[in-house]
Design a protein around this ligand. Structure first.
Ligand code: GAR
Length: 205
């Protein structure tokens, strides 16, 4: 079973669904940039290894070096971001190339970044949803591995829509993560092929 680390910043409802529906992977670490994150309490109470450190004061590079060390110490193969609200540096993403996935509350490539639900309602969209994607240096820009759709209803506000999308997230993420860990090489290769250095190498061969 692939050892997965789940990175959270808050309540961790996606982390809980990944733990409860784990298949083909085991959650070997729950890590957070917010030592007070509610999800850490749930994880510890359920016997999971936890790690947390605030980047405030020590800086991003030192924080990520400590995170990287904790991930290696736990023997992590794949990182699943689940409501992790901090951008990983290009350097960190490169070190874990093709081995980080994220869930984003929109139908990517629509609405990258924040306030996805308000933006979908404002645009008059008939549907919203969530996407699980490979993490690259481009914000919410890596290969989409799976999506789930929900309707936008006439009386929706951002909170109502968020709740409907969240239920879809809880069903989607464990399923896609299972598929991902069982075919890691394909995903690594797909991502690697988009790198300029690789294109150069292919061109020269
Ligand atoms: C989820 O809706 C997730 O898709 C979103 O934050 C929420 C976290 O909830 N993530 C992002 O917006 C990432 N940019 P949770 O902590 O209960 O899983």
């Amino acid at each position: 079973n692939e050892a997965v680390a789940i990175l959270i910043s808050g309540r961790g409802s996606n982390m809980i669904s990944l733990v409860k529906q784990a298949s083909g992977y085991r959650v070997a670490l729950v890590a957070s940039d917010k030592p007070e994150a509610a999800g850490l309490v749930w994880a510890a109470a359920h016997g999971l290894a936890t790690w947390s450190l605030s980047p405030k004061g020590i800086g991003k590079a030192a924080y990520e070096a400590r995170l990287d060390a904790a991930l290696h110490e736990a023997g992590i193969g794949t990182i699943a971001l689940a409501g992790y609200m901090r951008l990983l540096s290009d350097d960190f993403v490169a070190r874990w190339r093709g081995r980080i996935v994220n869930i984003h509350p929109s139908l990517l490539p629509l609405y990258k970044g924040l306030d996805t639900h308000a933006r979908a309602i404002e645009a008059g969209d008939a549907e919203a949803g969530c996407s699980v994607h490979v993490v690259t240096e481009e914000l919410d820009g890596g290969k989409v591995l799976g999506q789930s759709r929900v309707p936008i209803l006439p009386n929706d506000d951002a909170d109502k829509l968020a709740a409907r999308v969240l239920a879809a997230e809880h069903a989607l993420y464990p399923r896609i993560l299972s598929e991902f860990v069982m075919t890691p090489f394909d995903h690594v290769r797909d991502v690697a092929l988009t790198l300029p250095e690789t294109e150069e190498l292919i061109g020269k061969s």
